[in-house]
Ligand binder design. Sequence first.
Ligand code: HEM
Length: 392
Amino acid sequence: MARLATLATRMIVVLRALAALPVRAGPAVALGLGLIFCVALAHDATAQQSLSPELMEELEGGAVPGDSLGTNPISDKWRDVRRGVQGTVSIPDKQAGVLVQSHGENWRNFRNGPLSTYSVWGIVGMIVALAAFFLLRGRIRIDAGKSGKTITRFNDFERFGHWLLAVSFIVLALTGLNILYGRYIILPVVGPEIFGAITYAGKYLHNYLAFAFMLAIGIVFVAWIANNIPNKTDLVWLSKGGGMFTKGSHPPARKFNAGQKILFWLVIVGGGSISLSGWALMFPFEYAMFAKTFVFLNNFGFNLPTDLTPIQEMQFAQAWHTMVAVFMIAVVIAHIYIGSVGMEGAFDAMGSGEVDVNWAKEHHSLWVEEVMAEEARTDTDKPGGKMPAPAE
Ligand code: HEM
């Protein structure tokens, strides 16, 4: 089509030139122009032939040719375009003078290439690792068996915050993954109409549940920050692998063990970072978070670009948002495993809020001691409560 249009334009130019000439000079000039026209046509045909079939297919399919190297006739033009040559425009948005934003092509290649590929590896890798762990270690049981007595682990406020976080995160993860992979996995199965409807609804869910997610991060931060300050017990817990790999090993822990503290801080920092980059994506061209971050990082010896255009800011926001989100998804899959099928008695903590005392003694021995001590103290404070004997 594009070739036909070019030919038609050239013919019109020739005909106009002919019409403007004196009648006597007509035949000679017509012959000359005809000759030039034929040479141009032949040159054009050779040029078309010299393009590889793959590049022709790309051009006709509307794709941006990234092939700026080489000796084919359009190389020079694309070389300039790839360098981001800027023309002049009279509208306020001067960026419109850039025909092809060269970084956009790099971003597109990164998003559809390594970012998509390694994200699959990360998520599938985590699932495979957990399956292997389950096969080798099996379900982590309560070694002493259930005692039948329970202890309150999380109150309503904590569980509300947790489930708001969990539900919003899972929906955000699924709708986000659909944006990245839906067209490869869901589209071929359900067809364009259903896929369009799913993705449209998913996009709205993704935008609006982002606010629930941010609120939930705030709630869990307030509820659990005091229990997540690292201390020496965490080093002992980590050195013993949390007892995860050895049956009967239960390193002491307070309300949260070192593994849980790591998860907590990942959720706060990672979730916060996803929120900021997501916010920038939701309100496009309003923020320059990456340029500012890069200026800050350059103080520590980095050499990152700080003169970013608004569209580059968006590209960095998208890439960062996806990278951190995929990392968080992999981590949360492991968390969901250990909080449900992976460990007997764990789910009750977030289900009813009450856990079996033996479970608590095995996994959070120091916390149980603290709760018991606190109960004993409040008992003695109550009127008629048991007073400790002088020797106690
Ligand atoms: C169906 C999904 C989920 C299940 C079954 C689940 C289960 C649990 C359980 C049982 C606990 C308490 C552990 C204990 O008593 O020591 C917990 C805590 C926690 N959960 Fe989840 N959770 C889920 C999803 C999520 C998601 C999506 C996030 C974050 C994005 C999250 C973040 C946390 C955090 C920060 C804690 C406190 C630290 C910890 O115990 O690891 N959870 N979860």
